[in-house]
Design a protein around this ligand. Structure first.
Ligand code: GAR
Length: 188
């Protein structure tokens, strides 16, 4: 089973997933898909000798959504790890219940378009909430809307800033995401 990781940022979650499956006999990270030249995740892919597919908007949203490339690399499961574009219907149809996303908040709160990365943590801190967390969910045609698979929480202390909350959230993501990916694949 080959996984494609879609990521456009630093790629710390991609790194953890790659490490998790490095010795796995049946599950293999076969492709990193990225829409940002220069993103940190590209160096991680190079360091781990994983092929990269750099995608562009027009073909992703109005073309074939790169489904032929997924087939070429024999991808059977897609993990979104800090990927900010909406997933086009063509890709969802090609991978029914085989695309999962991680979101850095407790959905359905703080989800939707524009709610990513630090924007999420800033909104959470501004709200005065005393807890936040992560949500791992299946991807459907709407932003942050598919069936939830897993949530984990952390407390927010009065001294927490968006930056400190981001660190707590990253720790939760790194702790849980790779194992949840494995569980979802085992269920297929
Ligand atoms: C992660 O915190 C992930 O939850 C978030 O982007 C970060 C990527 O970090 N995703 C979203 O906000 C999606 N709406 P990373 O590049 O270090 O893995």
């Amino acid at each position: 089973m080959n996984i494609a990781i879609f990521a456009s940022g630093a790629g710390s979650n991609a790194q953890k997933i790659i490490e998790h499956f490095r010795e796995n006999k049946t599950i293999h990270v076969g492709l990193i898909v990225c829409n940002k030249p220069g993103a940190g995740v590209l160096k991680i892919a190079a360091d781990n000798a994983i092929p990269v597919l750099l995608i562009e908007k027009e073909r992703f949203f109005r073309g074939d959504a790169y489904v032929p490339e997924m087939n070429l690399h024999e991808i059977g499961f897609i993990v979104l790890a800090g990927f900010l574009w909406k997933i086009p219907d063509a890709l969802i149809r090609a991978f029914p219940n085989k695309i999962i996303n991680i979101h850095p908040a407790l959905l359905p709160k703080y989800g939707g378009k524009g709610m990513y990365g630090m924007h999420v943590h800033e909104a959470v801190i501004a709200s005065g909430d005393t807890e936040s967390g992560i949500t791992i969910h299946y991807v459907n045609e709407k932003y942050d809307d598919g069936e939830a698979i897993f949530q984990a929480t952390c407390t927010i202390e009065p001294i927490d800033t968006p930056e400190l909350l981001a660190q707590k959230i990253h720790r939760l993501e790194h702790q849980y995401f790779p194992a949840i990916v494995e569980k979802c694949i085992e269920k297929l």
